[in-house]
Write a protein that binds this ligand. Structure first.
Ligand code: AMP
Length: 425
């Protein structure tokens, strides 16, 4: 039997995990400085949650969800994070406990898309949600935070595209204007867009089909039909972004794959060649109606999600220095017991230690010690056991010395710790 991973679902192997940890740690450290707190909703939710919030006629709900029926319940592997987080916010009556909540999450999402570089069927997102702040200051701060994070990760060529969809009034107006513009041109549109003209015309702006591009380029702009309060909100956002010096472009064609957005919408794009057409590293927007639609109070919300695989593709390929470690090479059973004890002491000092319990030759143990880039190798042999000492080989310096077996852990731990670069491993 030749069992392989499911198409579009990737293994992350240990040799890649260092970069993942670096990204995840940078994300957590950054967002916690803004008082975001972690929330961990389940990976499986009622299908109705996504169908209603993302929109029945969105690509995701129409054809990309992993949905199944289990004991009569219609369930779906989450295709995105916001709907589940908002459901948890409502279910636990968080608005009664605090007027403002800032939450973040990190984990896998599932969409049955055509796999290609930067597009997978299981992929990881890290995202933030703010409940209880109508903006626009928080909107600007969120976009600015993301640009800072990308810069910190070494992704320089980043642009934030920003737009607004306004509230229900603006949206209805824009829909009418757009339909009036597109209807006489319907025959030139792609089949998908022709269908969307009746169901979800705004999504036509996001079409990747070349037949739609020229028509979309000339389409009327949402910014020309904004109601007064939506206009004031968007002007406020742009003013704060300018004050903060956040690099951004106003992009009135920007629409995103979910129907729940109101007002502010944004996407972070990288010019990095690695990504090709999958150049959106993340995006988000405001969803002021979602909490109320889920049966909660009238609490506004805004959030974003970053695609971690894509950020890793855009991040420079630097490897962090390996952690200093000690390898224990015992010869014989009594020596192995001693090696296990010494290793335990080293770990109490916070030092990584490997015990080679294979009862193999010194040569092959030393080969492995070099293979894991150990700093020191402690050889515990019969003669040393009798003398109460161990032999310590400095693998980089190629010298060796005998140390007392009761002191060796403390001495090596001191040496390793004093040789660490500031903030290093
Ligand atoms: P979305 O949840 O659609 O707003 O997407 C937010 C970000 O998640 C995108 O900008 C991508 O970086 C990432 N993303 C979305 N779909 C995929 C996918 N199928 N594979 C990998 N990354 C994805």
């Amino acid at each position: 039997m030749n069992l392989r991973a499911v198409k579009g679902m990737n293994d992350v192997l240990p040799d890649e995990i260092g970069r993942w940890h670096r990204l995840e740690n940078a994300f957590r450290t950054q967002v916690e400085l803004y008082r975001y707190e972690e929330v961990r909703p389940p990976l499986v939710e009622a299908t109705a949650l996504f169908a209603r919030q993302i929109g029945e006629v969105s690509d995701i709900v129409e054809k990309e969800m992993y949905s199944f029926t289990h004991h009569g319940e219609d369930l779906t592997l989450r295709p995105e994070g916001t709907a589940g987080v908002a459901r948890a916010y409502v279910e636990h009556h968080i608005h009664n406990k605090e007027p403002l909540s800032r939450w973040y999450y990190l984990g896998p999402m599932f969409r049955s898309e055509r796999p290609q570089k930067g597009r997978y069927r299981q992929f990881y997102q890290a995202g933030c949600e703010v409940f209880g702040d109508p903006g626009p200051a928080v909107d600007a701060e969120m976009i600015d935070m993301l640009v800072r994070l990308m810069t910190q990760l070494g992704i320089a060529d980043i642009t934030a595209h920003v737009n607004t969809l306004g509230g229900a009034g603006t949206r209805a107006r824009y829909r009418d204007v757009l339909v009036a513009y597109l209807t006489p041109r319907a025959a030139e549109l792609s089949e998908d867009s022709q269908r969307r003209l009746a169901t979800n015309p705004l999504r036509i702006l996001d079409s990747k089909d070349p037949r739609d591009a020229a028509i979309v380029a000339e389409a009327p702009s949402v910014l020309d039909v904004l109601e007064a309060d939506d206009r004031a909100h968007f002007d406020g956002l742009c003013r704060y972004l300018n004050e903060l010096g956040t690099p951004h472009v106003v992009d009135s064609r920007l629409v995103r794959g979910f129907d729940y957005y109101t007002r502010t919408l944004f996407e972070l794009r990288s010019a990095s060649g690695e990504l090709g057409s999958q150049n959106a590293l993340g995006g988000g927007g405001r969803y002021d109606r979602m909490v109320a639609e889920l049966g909660g109070p009238d609490v506004p919300g805004i959030g974003f999600a970053l695609g971690l695989e894509r950020i890793l593709l855009a991040m420079p390929q630097t490897q962090p220095p390996a952690r200093k470690s000690v390898y224990l090479a015992p010869l014989g059973e009594a020596a192995t017991a001693e090696a296990l004890r010494i290793a335990r002491s080293l770990r109490r000092y916070g030092i990584v230690a490997d015990v080679d319990g294979r009862q193999t030759s010194l040569k092959s143990m030393l080969r492995r010690a070099n293979g894991v880039s150990a700093t020191y190798c402690i050889v515990v042999g019969e003669t040393e056991m009798k003398q109460g000492t161990v032999q310590v080989k400095d693998l980089a310096g190629h010298n060796q010395e005998d140390l007392s077996r009761t002191d060796v852990a403390r001495i090596l731990a001191d040496r390793i710790r004093s040789s660490r670069p500031p903030g290093g491993a």
